[in-house]
Design a protein around this ligand. Structure first.
Ligand SMILES: Cc1cc2nc3c(=O)[nH]c(=O)nc-3n(C[C@H](O)[C@H](O)[C@H](O)COP(=O)(O)OP(=O)(O)OC[C@H]3O[C@@H](n4cnc5c(N)ncnc54)[C@H](O)[C@@H]3O)c2cc1C
Length: 450
């Protein structure tokens, strides 16, 4: 290590990267941290994943923002590892690099017809309703039935957002065009389909009850709710109790139906030029506890299919990757490759352990990695090249800053105030660039594909 203050780069300003920054600041009083993100907006999936109607979650932003109050931390927005800066450059420019890039891909159903228009990933749908600047439009025109595959909280989120009424959605920070689409569609049936039984689902009970009790929505259970398995934990027992209550619930003149169908898997999405129906096959467990098809089929007529069967990490250029697990291979947060540990490289969050756990899970996870980083620090070789700020500046690139984010934040709140909403998100690269540029004397802020 050099006699200078240690320098650490964190790639990704989502919850795990920001918890890592906080742990570093608390663990070493000299450390200087540069946080890089491909977006001008920090907070990762807190901003672009957590459902916009779960407004209480947004309070976490204040906690996650804490590192930015330190003059030892810089935010380099609009800097993508791979295209704007390489892993080699970061390794040379810092004592340590922490990868915190999350999981930005999704798993596929692998059934015939999956490519048809109308078959989409819940990840894309979520990105759209959260106002991610990369999100594709998600037209819902002419649709009456949506099927979501998956029995986790993401499936619940998308089902609830499709079924929620205009008053509920009108209190969120969704971009205006998203709000217009979601309050103007004619979808009256939403299916939540799982390959296993409700006792195996990963829903949390609060989220499940919220969905089952939506105003004006009739829950329809397509199977009897099983008795509590003997080894069931508290969450499973509460989920089954919630489903039993829902089976009894009668909604007068419902405006929509929530169909819950377990022990079914998709076999084919059918349609000439777009999805028109979904073929499901009943499933059961074989002697080894694996899900197998029974051959019994049923057809659900639907125009929208959302697969919510898991997010997946994407390889980061120049960084080891385990394609099976979709993570950066590591031992307790220390990056490893086939030759062994890679000194000075660390990993936190979803790209470390896969897409599991709530935001808070990333705090202890990041703290564990940072403990190892701080232990290693004295034995690391130290930087041999320029840091990211110097390097980008030399190439005529000016990353966006935390002050730029504060300008975006203020603009969103101001437009929210005009509509009686907490904020209205800025959802296009063009508008984000404008806000970033606004505070500059005309810096070079172009980005490919914008
Ligand atoms: C739909 C959905 C809803 C959720 N709802 C909740 C909820 O209600 N409550 C809860 O507690 N948890 C929720 N979670 C879980 C929570 O969002 C995650 O635990 C958390 O966001 C993971 O943090 P992360 O930092 O690992 O990844 P992310 O949040 O994904 O952050 C990764 C960051 O890295 C950046 N990045 C990626 N690649 C690069 C690159 N090459 N160069 C530079 N930057 C890059 C991204 O722009 C992003 O800002 C939800 C997750 C999803 C998917």
């Amino acid at each position: 290590m050099t006699a200078q203050s240690p320098r650490v780069a964190i790639v990704g300003a989502g919850p795990s990267g920001l918890y890592a920054a906080n742990a570093l600041l608390g663990g070493n009083e000299d450390v200087r941290i540069d946080i890089l993100d491909r977006l001008p907006t920090p907070y990762g999936l807190l901003r672009y994943g957590v459902a916009p109607d779960h407004t209480s979650m947004q309070g976490i932003q204040r906690v996650l923002a804490e590192p930015f109050a330190s003059d030892r931390v810089r935010y380099f927005g609009m800097v993508e590892l791979g295209s704007d800066i390489t892993a080699d450059q970061l390794r040379a420019g810092y004592d340590a690099v922490v990868y915190a890039a999350g999981a930005s891909e999704d798993r596929r159903l692998d059934v015939r017809g999956e490519e048809l228009p109308g078959s989409r990933s819940a990840r894309e749908f979520v990105a759209w309703y959260c106002g991610h600047p990369d999100a594709e439009p998600q037209p819902l025109d002419g649709m009456d039935t949506a099927v979501t595959f998956g029995v986790g909280n993401v499936a619940i989120d998308v089902a609830r957002i499709l079924l929620a009424d205009a008053e509920h959605l009108g209190q969120t920070d969704m971009p205006q065009h998203v709000l217009d689409e979601l309050t103007g569609h004619g979808i009256t049936d939403v299916w939540v389909v799982g390959r296993r039984g409700p006792e195996h689902a990963t829903f949390t009970t609060t989220e499940l009850r919220e969905l089952l009790n939506l105003e004006g929505v009739q829950p329809v259970l397509h199977d009897p709710v099983p008795d509590d398995p003997e080894d069931a934990d508290r969450r499973v027992r509460q989920n089954l109790a919630a489903l039993r209550d829902a089976a009894e619930r009668v909604v007068e003149a419902p405006r929509a139906r929530l169909n819950l169908a377990f022990w079914r898997r998709p076999v084919e999405l059918v349609g000439a030029s777009a999805v028109r129906a979904v073929v499901l096959e009943r499933t059961a467990l074989d002697g080894d506890g694996r899900v197998v098809g029974t051959g019994e089929r049923e057809v659900v007529h639907a125009q929208l299919v959302l697969r919510a069967i898991g997010y997946r990490g994407q390889p980061l250029p120049g960084v080891p990757f385990d394609p099976e697990a979709g993570v950066v291979p590591n031992e307790d947060g220390r990056v490893v490759d086939a030759a062994g540990p890679r000194p000075g490289e660390y990993v936190v969050g979803w790209i470390k352990r896969g897409p599991l756990g709530v935001i808070g899970t990333n705090k202890s996870d990041a703290a564990a990695t940072v403990r190892n980083l701080l232990t290693d620090l004295d034995s690391l070789p130290g930087p041999s090249g320029p840091d990211a700020g110097t390097l980008l500046h030399e190439r005529g690139r000016e990353p966006s800053t935390y002050a730029d984010w504060e300008r975006i934040d203020a603009a969103e709140r101001a437009s929210g105030a005009r509509y009686g909403r907490p904020r209205v998100k800025v959802a296009t690269w063009h508008a984000l660039f404008d806000l970033v540029r606004h505070g500059r004397a005309g810096g070079p802020l172009e980005r490919e594909g914008s």
